[in-house]
Design a protein around this ligand. Structure first.
Ligand code: HEC
Length: 154
């Protein structure tokens, strides 16, 4: 009797196992390229320190010493800190990397290197309360795809 019930239960168990496998497989497929978020420790303290100096030299005159943004010659240099900044750049880190490396500093694009871009982003993450970790943000827009910007987890 018991055996028979088990035999009946078996297809259901299989269906469940299969369904959860499909769900797991689908979500891991989705997460294939990105491997961590900025809340997992995506930069090092030293990198953010280098970025801080670069930011002060190159970016602060428009975006403000406190990253709160400002107005320059009738144009708005947006805030680079806070929940709206995070929302605008919720994506792989690559998008922010490309934006900065290819278009900033405004009017003088092309004057910062990939290394400097990565260092400045480390400082931006630090300023947005993301924790430091043990590896640096790679100085490479393609590799920056492995890191994802998300809103701060609750
Ligand atoms: C001469 C002023 C100026 C300087 C210097 C400058 N920026 Fe900007 N930045 C702007 C303006 C104006 C915008 C908005 C228009 C745009 O996106 O091109 C902007 C936009 C941005 C954005 C997009 C913000 C958003 O959320 O839409 C980022 C990120 C950024 N700047 C980073 C930097 C970094 C990092 C530096 C230093 C390497 C820098 N900027 C230097 C004026 C400047």
């Amino acid at each position: 009797m018991t055996r028979r019930r088990l035999a009946h239960a078996w297809p259901y168990a299989t269906a469940w196992a299969l369904a959860s496998w499909v769900v797991t497989a689908a979500s891991s497929l989705q997460a294939q390229a990105p491997t961590k978020t900025i809340w997992d420790g995506a930069y090092t303290k030293e990198q953010a320190e280098r970025g801080k100096h670069l930011y002060a030299e190159v970016c602060a005159r428009c975006h403000g010493a406190n990253l709160i943004g400002g107005e320059v010659a009738g144009e708005v240099a947006p805030d680079l800190k806070g929940v709206y900044f995070m929302l605008r750049w919720s994506d792989t880190l690559s998008r922010l990397f490309v934006k900065i490396e290819d278009t900033m500093p405004k009017g003088e694009a092309g004057t910062i290197t990939s290394e400097e871009t990565a260092d400045i982003i480390a400082y931006l993450l630090q300023s947005n309360d993301a924790p430091a970790g043990t590896s640096e943000i790679p100085p490479n827009r393609e590799q920056a795809r492995t890191i994802v910007i998300t809103r701060k987890p609750n």
